[in-house]
Design a protein around this ligand. Structure first.
Ligand code: NAD
Length: 338
């Protein structure tokens, strides 16, 4: 089988995970990753055998550091069928002319606006609409988690209105520059936060509003979700709906916090303690007068990773059935809910 040639432009928190997840698949391969500087992440990429591409002006620095680059970022893009742009939010937009010039397909992440690609993706919600597309945006960690939870409830019970409060991790574990370290920050103070409206970029029919707070933690986000639904339902109905979802995990067994969920991921020997699934506390699921409530935790560093793999498979027309792609991706990366 000829494998789809994938380049990962920007090898940071998301990019390094996407590269490894693509490598785990049998229908696609990584032709290169890009790094701007020869730092510790580049050294590991080199050890892992990735071809590293860099800005032309920095090629000498890579040579000097003992990890010679395979070429420039432009040359990497030329080698690819599809580029997954994992550069910091706002930077990816500037790469669009590069991708267009090379005639390659491109995926951007949630830090870019919906309008850049004109299509926002979540595998369970709209895989089939992404088949054959040239440009796609994989929505952010919070939006991914909300789409995965709201879509199946809307399908089975009809969502009249969703209200979400997000306690967001302040920053990622490797980030030494950002805070807060001793404050809770309404972010933004003016409501709604962008998360509710962003869900509508994937699920335009959903009536949703959201508020968000930044809290001093790096591990995960936690959402308090409330949905008013059209049909009468029980807690068991909601549990059955979530239980049948391929990327929703129930957490319990003493896991009463994000710290214990991450420890569980470490104990399971997940790569980089990644938890690709929405983590819902089943005891939190409450139903009252056609309104349901629950808590879910979201591992921001990894939840979008399988979604990127599915987006590639749809765009490259390697699989037309979303459920089959999700199953294939999950199996290859080791996402097993047991
Ligand atoms: P990051 O800062 O960890 O990584 C970005 C990488 O891109 C870095 O290695 C940086 O050196 C490199 N880079 C910067 N400018 C570049 C350029 N011009 N060309 C090539 N590489 C360049 O960022 P991240 O957290 O991985 O975020 C990437 C995207 O994913 C953003 O859109 C972000 O909003 C989105 N996202 C992030 C998270 C998260 O929690 N970290 C979750 C979901 C989505």
């Amino acid at each position: 089988m000829v494998k789809a040639k994938i380049a990962v432009n920007g090898y940071g928190t998301i990019g390094k995970r996407v590269a490894d997840a693509v490598r785990a698949q049998d229908d696609m391969e990584v032709v290169g990753i890009s790094k701007t500087k020869p730092n510790y992440e580049a050294a590991v990429a080199h050890q892992l055998g990735y071809d590293i591409y860099a800005p032309a002006a920095n090629l000498g620095a890579f040579e000097k550091a003992g990890m010679p680059a395979a070429g420039t970022i432009e040359e990497m893009v030329e080698k690819a069928d599809l580029v997954v742009d994992c550069t910091p939010g706002g930077i990816g937009e500037g790469n669009k002319p590069l991708y267009e010039k090379a005639g390659v397909k491109a995926i951007w992440q949630g830090g870019e606006d919906h309008s850049l690609a004109g299509f926002s993706f979540n595998a369970i919600c709209n895989y089939e609409q992404a088949v054959g597309r040239d440009l796609v945006r994989v929505v952010s960690c919070n939006t991914t988690a909300l789409c995965r939870a709201i879509y199946p409830i809307d399908k089975e019970l009809g969502v009249k209105k969703a209200r979400v409060v997000l306690a967001r991790r302040a920053t990622d574990p490797n980030d030494v520059k950002k805070g807060p370290i001793n404050a809770i920050v309404p972010d933004p103070i003016k409501l709604p936060s962008h998360h509710g409206p962003d869900v509508k970029s994937v699920l335009p029919q959903i009536n949703i509003t959201s508020a968000a707070l930044k809290v001093p933690t790096t591990l995960m986000h936690v959402h308090t979700v409330n949905m008013e639904v059209e049909k009468d339902c029980t807690v068991d109905d909601v549990k059955n709906i979530f239980g049948s979802q391929p990327r929703i995990r129930f957490v319990g067994l003493g896991m009463s916090s994000t710290a214990e969920i991450i420890e569980f991921a470490r104990d399971m020997k997940r790569p980089r303690n990644d938890m690709w699934e929405n983590c819902i506390w089943p005891e939190s699921i409450t139903v009252e007068d056609k309104e349901l409530y629950f808590f879910q935790a979201v591992h921001q560093e990894s939840i979008v990773v399988p979604e990127n793999v599915d987006a590639i498979r749809a765009m490259m027309e390697l699989e037309s059935d979303g459920a089959k792609s999700i199953e294939k991706t999950n199996k290859a990366i080791g996402l097993n809910k047991k």
